[in-house]
Write a protein that binds this ligand. Structure first.
Ligand code: HEC
Length: 176
């Protein structure tokens, strides 16, 4: 009998919580603006889940396309065309678009991902990052192109002099 009461109480508490959540959503109490900063809880939940997803999805995966100068040059061009608008060019300055994101887009020339496993960047570029402005490119770029971009991100700070010069020629995305 006692167990039945306990269970009943638990179910009522759950229903109340769900009702409070629903009221919060329809009353517009869940922040919907982008010109604020994500809360600690929001950041923790998003980052922890992303880390666990990537760990599971990239186990044992490595770059099948060696990042030689040809692949890096292709990756650089793809980055300039598809990513610099949000992640900046070699000067690491933000565009107007980049300045307005709720979850900030890292300026990769300054705040790079050279230390992340290349498979992690590949996964992020292919699938995007939910609840942020990071799009998924899996439907629009081939796996070869995605690996070339990921390889470029991994070596952005140690390019050959010729490629480095090519990188510095990519027009700045900075806000004018
Ligand atoms: C419309 C803007 C936008 C475009 C275009 C975009 N990104 Fe992103 N990207 C973001 C945002 C915003 C984040 C931050 C997400 C987060 O903090 O979880 C992000 C995160 C990332 C990260 C994770 C950085 C880290 O510190 O772990 C990588 C890597 C990345 N993007 C690569 C790319 C590449 C490569 C391209 C082009 C193929 C690209 N992005 C295009 C907005 C964009």
């Amino acid at each position: 009998m006692k167990v039945a009461y306990l269970l009943g109480g638990f179910v009522v508490a759950l229903l109340l919580l769900a009702a409070a959540g629903y009221v919060g959503v329809v009353a517009g109490l869940v922040p919907a603006n982008a010109d604020g900063k994500p809360s600690k809880l929001e950041r923790w939940a998003a980052k922890t889940s992303l880390r666990a997803t990537i760990k599971r999805a990239t186990a044992g995966i490595s770059n099948p396309y060696p990042p030689d100068d040809e692949a890096l040059s292709d990756g650089l061009k793809l980055y300039a065309a598809n990513c610099a608008v949000c992640h900046g060019a070699a000067d690491g300055e933000p565009s107007k678009l980049a300045k307005g994101f709720y979850v900030r887009a890292p300026l990769l020339a300054k705040d790079g991902v050279e230390d992340n496993p290349v498979s992690e960047s590949f996964w992020k570029i292919k699938h995007g990052i939910r609840f942020t402005g990071m799009p998924s490119f899996g439907a629009t770029l081939s796996d070869k192109e995605l690996w070339e971009i990921a390889g470029f991100l991994e070596r952005m700070d140690k390019l050959s002099p010729a490629l480095d010069a090519e990188w510095k020629r990519v027009p700045s995305a900075a806000a004018k």
